[in-house]
Design a protein around this ligand. Structure first.
Ligand code: FAD
Length: 429
């Protein structure tokens, strides 16, 4: 490993537009806190509905959080699994919420076209590869998707899969064709540019410090300024600390990690001989995809520890070599981590609390489409008074119990990983 891992692959391959810090007092209709995709999608949704009297505050730079660090998989569904969503909401409401994410996948495609966002969108689907020698692990989700959600995930036989992924690790796959992968930070910057193009003020390096009610409005303070707004949207993800307790106490910051290899040239095809992105059927699955410059972007692990890049590189290199031993000698050029925000029920939390503050948090590790859903739903609610779909109310702001919650989460993750390792030992030859 040759690099000091000072920046992410995404940061190293994008041109950044800077937005000024907030200085002084402004008044606005809507103040959005957080320049990830939840905040930016809400801002763009508002602008597209004719509401541009909006100020967006970002504590670092736009895309600093999970939205600019993730695996770049864009597919329907939420971090709460499709089977659990059905169990909790029943067919009709689960289908309705799932449908919103299908629409969001299409809306992302449309915005990429409409705003000319160059984000290496690779519309070649996503493979769910079976880690276990147990066909039911694919058959059950395939049937669920068909029967409950009306979606066809196609079966890929083991032999066919081995032509696409040159590894003995998998036992077939499901192919989700209505899915793609892209450079998420380029997409974030493109959405930010579209937002700014609609006349909305984005302020970077302007952390919101507090939200205070004031005469029927909300005063949001930053170090060098303040915003008086009729409405406030909290969209600060897993990175917010000490800003607004009712939302923050309902989510836990959970880490996951990513690396990018050196460019592999022809060797890429000796491992990944297709353009689809890939994840697997374990709880803490690997997720990876080929990049246009012949690198592999590889992600994995779920932990309460936000580890440093050297430790991440060591862990994920071992994971990569477990699946593709033929790549044992490749170098990693980039390694980084990111924080996801998870609610107690592991479902996106979109709504308005008792103080009248809107929120869009808890997207976990499956946030590209759902943050876009949040943007649409909140923009409809704020600009047009359209009620938020009923199903989201089922996943309210339930306290996660801070440190205790983190320890419990880690215990659950470890138990799931041990179960998966045991099942693989038991089932696989
Ligand atoms: C490594 C990794 C891989 C992932 N892979 C995928 C994937 O492949 N596909 C997928 O769908 N999802 C993936 N996810 C999940 C997805 O990235 C997130 O669910 C989504 O980006 C969340 O967006 P967000 O806007 O809620 O949060 P964030 O993107 O984290 O944005 C929150 C923003 O708020 C800012 N902020 C914090 N405090 C303040 C404050 N006081 N004032 C102002 N701003 C503040 C932060 O700096 C940050 O920019 C992944 C996540 C990670 C971490």
């Amino acid at each position: 490993m040759r690099h000091a891992f000072v920046e992410t692959y995404y940061q190293a391959t994008v041109e950044k537009t800077a937005y000024p810090g907030l200085d002084g007092r402004v008044e606005t209709r809507v103040c959005i806190l957080g320049g990830g995709l939840a905040g930016l999608s809400t801002a763009l949704g508002l602008a597209e509905r004719g509401v541009s009297d909006v100020v967006l505050l970002e504590s670092h730079s736009v895309g600093h959080g999970a939205s600019g660090r993730n695996g770049g998989f864009v597919f329907a569904g939420y971090c709460l699994g499709n089977a659990e969503l059905f169990k909790v909401l029943g067919r009709e409401e689960a289908r309705r919420l799932y449908r919103l994410t299908i629409d969001a996948v299409e809306l992302i495609r449309q915005r990429v076209r409409q705003y000319g966002i160059q984000c290496e969108l690779t519309d070649k689907g996503i493979l769910l590869a079976n880690w276990f020698n147990d066909p039911a692990r694919l058959e059950q989700p395939r049937q669920l998707m068909k029967e409950v959600y009306g979606v066809d995930w196609q079966h890929v036989a083991p032999g066919e899969l081995r032509e696409m992924l040159k590894t003995e690790r998998y036992f077939g796959a499901l192919f989700e064709s209505n899915a793609f992968h892209f450079h998420p930070l380029k997409y974030v910057y493109g959405v930010a540019a579209a937002v700014a193009g609609h006349g909305i003020d984005i302020h970077e390096h302007s952390a919101a410090l507090a939200i205070e009610p004031q005469g029927g409005k909300y005063l949001v303070r930053t170090t060098h300024g303040e915003v008086l707004a009729e409405q406030v949207v909290f969209a600060a993800g897993g990175y917010a600390r000490g800003l607004y307790r009712p939302v923050e106490r309902a989510t836990l910051p959970i880490a996951t990690y990513v690396v990018a290899t050196e460019p592999l040239g022809e060797r890429l095809r000796e491992a990944i001989n297709c353009e689809a992105a890939v994840y697997d059927t374990r709880f803490a699955f690997d997720y990876y995809r080929p990049l246009a410059d012949s690198r592999i972007l590889w992600g994995g692990r779920i932990s309460i520890l936000n580890r440093g890049p050297q430790a991440i590189a060591g862990l994920l290199k071992a994971d990569l070599v477990t699946v593709y031993p033929q790549l044992a000698d490749v170098q990693l050029d980039y390694a980084w981590g990111g924080l996801m925000s998870y609610g107690r029920q592991q479902m996106a939390q979109i709504g308005r609390d008792d103080n009248g503050v809107w929120h869009a948090v808890g997207f976990g590790g499956h946030g590209m489409a759902p943050t876009t859903v949040a943007g649409e739903v909140l923009a409809d609610a704020i600009a047009k008074s359209i009620p938020i779909p009923q199903g989201f109310a089922r996943f309210g702001l339930v306290p996660t119990c801070g440190l205790l919650g983190l320890v419990a989460a880690q215990a659950t993750y470890t138990a799931c990983q041990v179960r998966d390792a045991y099942d693989a030992h038991r089932l696989n030859p």
